[in-house]
Design a protein around this ligand. Structure first.
Ligand code: SAH
Length: 228
């Protein structure tokens, strides 16, 4: 049994190193903290069990409730845009199964993460406990409002797309800190946007990659829609 487990672990380990080499370094991600996190966090633990074999493939994966976990490259790319140096307090909106959260938690000092769907939040929290992440704080609720009680943050990452960057989130940024989020149309046609807070209420926006993310719901996202 033990032996089988270790050969399974080394199978995933090998796939993970290959993922970082061919999907992430090859596409230009350079930040050593990001690369190290991608090399070590066991992505196969953060997907539904019947998806483990494809956890390291170059695409997003369905996690139920109409949600997906992002493609590995997009996780690395967005994390790099935050320009964390290690030691920060960071907010993530859209925990999902918690893969992106775990990447942030390997770099930052504390990660606060908010998930709308309570079943997903509970699954993620169980995984964080099982894998020994003790610097992640989880909440179920509307992340378009942020997590005011623990603000300000030295980085905010939103992993669902909205019509615009919610003001509530911008105001929970520390001066000099960055927020990264997909912004644009409801389902397809968004761009990753980075907003850097200057002094006071000045914000500097920049645009990056074209992406397709699941919608940010809640008060400052898209209203909940019936897609049938
Ligand atoms: N972070 C995940 C991506 C999850 S997909 C990863 O590692 O890839 C986006 C997630 O955002 C979904 O789980 C969805 O339920 C959640 N979400 C959507 N609107 C939200 C809101 N207003 N507040 C918190 N979570 C939200």
């Amino acid at each position: 049994m033990k032996k089988m487990e270790s050969s399974r672990d080394s199978f995933f380990e090998q796939q993970r190193q290959e993922m970082v080499r061919s999907q992430i370094i090859a596409r230009g991600v350079k930040n050593p903290l990001v690369l190290q996190a991608m090399q070590t966090v066991p992505r196969h633990e953060f997907v539904p069990e019947d998806r483990q074999e494809t956890a390291y493939s170059d695409r997003p994966l369905p996690i139920g409730y109409g949600q997906t976990i992002s493609q590995p490259y997009i996780v690395a790319y967005m994390t790099e845009l935050l320009r964390l140096g290690g030691g920060e307090k960071v907010l993530e909106i859209g925990t999902g199964f918690g893969y992106q959260t775990a990447i942030l938690a390997s770099i930052a000092r504390e990660v606060y993460t908010v998930e709308y769907v309570s079943e997903l939040a509970e699954t993620a929290e169980r995984l964080f406990q099982k894998l020994g992440y003790d610097n992640i704080h989880c909440r179920t609720g509307d992340g378009s409002l942020g997590w005011e009680a623990a603000a300000p943050y030295e980085g905010i990452l939103v992993t669902a797309s909205g019509p615009k960057v919610p003001d509530a989130l911008k105001h929970q940024l520390k001066s000099g800190a960055r927020l990264v989020m997909p912004v644009g149309e409801y389902r397809f046609g968004q761009r990753i946007v980075r907003v850097t807070r200057g002094s006071g209420d000045t914000f500097h926006p920049e645009k990056f990659l074209d992406v397709a993310f699941v919608p940010l719901l809640g008060q400052f996202g898209w209203e909940k829609r019936d897609e049938s």
